[in-house]
Design a protein around this ligand. Structure first.
Ligand code: RIB
Ligand code: CA
Length: 305
């Protein structure tokens, strides 16, 4: 059983990642925290609560709301992709559980320090909460096994030609995270753009069960969906956690650009020329896209309401 803390900005793909993690027997979600990203943090918090409530886990998995804006950069959302609510496409019913009174950083600190085993941090939004946590409570670093972060790219970006959304949203926070000295697995566009959920997969899950219908409906409304399918970026972090054998990684030192036209670019020292050969991340550079689709279908098939 892997103890994880998910920090997210649901967001359609965050919602899909949370759905899989909530239902997998080998994952123990100790806390969910939310951050401004795809939409404002009040909406990302409501969306996290909606997914947890959908699977009737409001008593077991609590949510703490986090940063309302990036550390320095002005906040820019991605509502054009995820809808004004941040999770368009499905009408979630029922009253929601309350979020915790604590802030995300306070709750992260409490949960991590109280854990009897190291925790894996899974950020799938901007890394603002993570940077604030490390700045305010550096002692947590010794109790974090690793960070499996969706974000960044060694190739083309999706916000500019150089920058991926999560890092673009808060490049200063990303730089803090990559310099923190905690082991990082970078799950970037290099793999998430390869492992599209196909339209066939979406058609198959629709009829599987209520969870499949819900996921079909929100994923089908993702603004990035096209004739080849749709990237479920954040779901790849859970896929890596459970099946790293389907990913290829390379160790690099990653720096983050924090100004200029390439602001938010994740730059890999691919020759080991600028950091004495040291590395700070395992970067996912390839993925078995068919295995990802097959695995996702298996997860949905097994989702209990
Ligand atoms: O670039 C993709 C990332 O940005 C995903 O985490 C998506 O949810 C958005 O936050
Ligand atoms: Ca996200």
């Amino acid at each position: 059983m892997t103890k994880i803390l998910m920090d997210m900005d649901p967001g359609i793909d965050d919602a899909a990642a949370l759905s899989v993690a909530l239902n997998h027997p080998d994952l123990d979600i100790k806390l969910v925290t939310t951050v401004a990203g795809n939409v404002t943090v009040d909406k990302t918090t409501i969306n996290a609560l909606k997914i947890i409530n959908f699977f009737n886990q409001g008593d077991q998995v609590r949510v703490a709301a986090g940063a309302v804006q990036p550390l320095i950069k002005p906040f820019e959302d991605a509502a054009r992709i995820h809808g004004e609510s941040g999770m368009r496409g499905y009408d979630f019913t029922g009253s929601l559980p309350d979020p915790l009174e604590e802030t995300a950083v306070e709750a992260m600190h409490r949960v991590i320090m109280a854990s009897d085993e190291p925790i894996t941090l899974v950020p799938t939004g901007s890394y603002t909460n993570v940077a604030l946590l490390f700045s305010q409570y550096p002692e947590v670093k010794t109790k974090i096994e690793k960070i499996v972060a969706m974000g960044g790219t060694l190739g083309r970006g999706n916000m500019t030609s150089a920058a991926e959304f999560n890092v673009f949203t808060d490049p200063h926070a990303a730089q803090v995270m990559y310099q923190a000295g905690v082991p990082i697995v970078m799950v970037g566009l290099d793999v998430t753009h390869k492992a599209l959920l196909t339209n066939e997969t979406l058609q198959e899950i629709e009829g599987m069960n209520p969870a499949g219908k819900m996921l079909h409906d929100i994923i089908s409304s993702d603004g990035d969906k096209n004739e080849n399918g749709v990237a479920m970026h954040d779901v790849n972090t859970i896929f890596y956690l459970l099946h790293p054998e389907f990913m290829t990684t390379k160790d690099y030192w990653i720096d983050v650009q924090t100004e200029g036209p390439a602001n938010g670019e994740t730059v890999a020292d691919i020759r080991g020329a600028y950091h004495d050969g040291k590395t700070n991340a395992q970067v996912c550079v390839d993925i078995d896209a068919q295995a990802f689709n097959d695995w996702f279908k298996e997860q949905v098939q097994a989702m209990k309401m």
